[in-house]
Design a protein around this ligand. Sequence first.
Ligand code: 5GP
Length: 191
Amino acid sequence: MRELVEAVRERGVGVGTDVVKVDMFLNHRMDTELYVKIGQAFAAEFAHKKPELVLTVEASGIAGALTTAIACGSIPVVFAKKSRTRNVTGEVYESRVFSFTHGVENHIRVAKQYLPQGARVLIVDDFLANGEAAEGLCELCRQAGAEVIGIGVCVEKSFQPGHQKLVDAGYHVHALAKVTGIEDGKLIVED
Ligand code: 5GP
């Protein structure tokens, strides 16, 4: 997606050798126009597969999931929660996810009633690195007996193994911008 590729290239920052910082428009300050276009781009890629809900994980996946769900005809968004709160009552599906950015293991949970058996699910997240978050969300769908019709990520770090792992597992993965490397704080972004 041209606008996102340009934003990552011009306004993104590389931290060390493997962290991409896009706080200016995706992760802290949110460029709403860009997020609307992100949703439209995912809808263009996946709408023919007739998603019935968009699944993401809190917090940074929610904005893109919401604009995608609206662009897919205002289907619901369900976001997996990372903390065991009293808000998630009753029976939950749960999986473990190792967080790339925080270096800790999280449990992610979704109330069973919000992830129905047989639902056609589109997974959306802001980043794809090692594929842990996406795999954890796929695992929740597996437990629910829901069908993952695709995985959309705003920014993929192609030098990390997540994309290949998910493709090898048989998923349709679509990234709107691909960072192929980081050199002296500068991001190398595929055209
Ligand atoms: P994975 O689970 O694929 O290893 O990492 C994806 C998750 O970690 C995303 O939900 C995203 O929030 C976070 N993440 C991974 N790498 C980066 C990065 O370079 N920059 C930012 N901002 N988030 C990242």
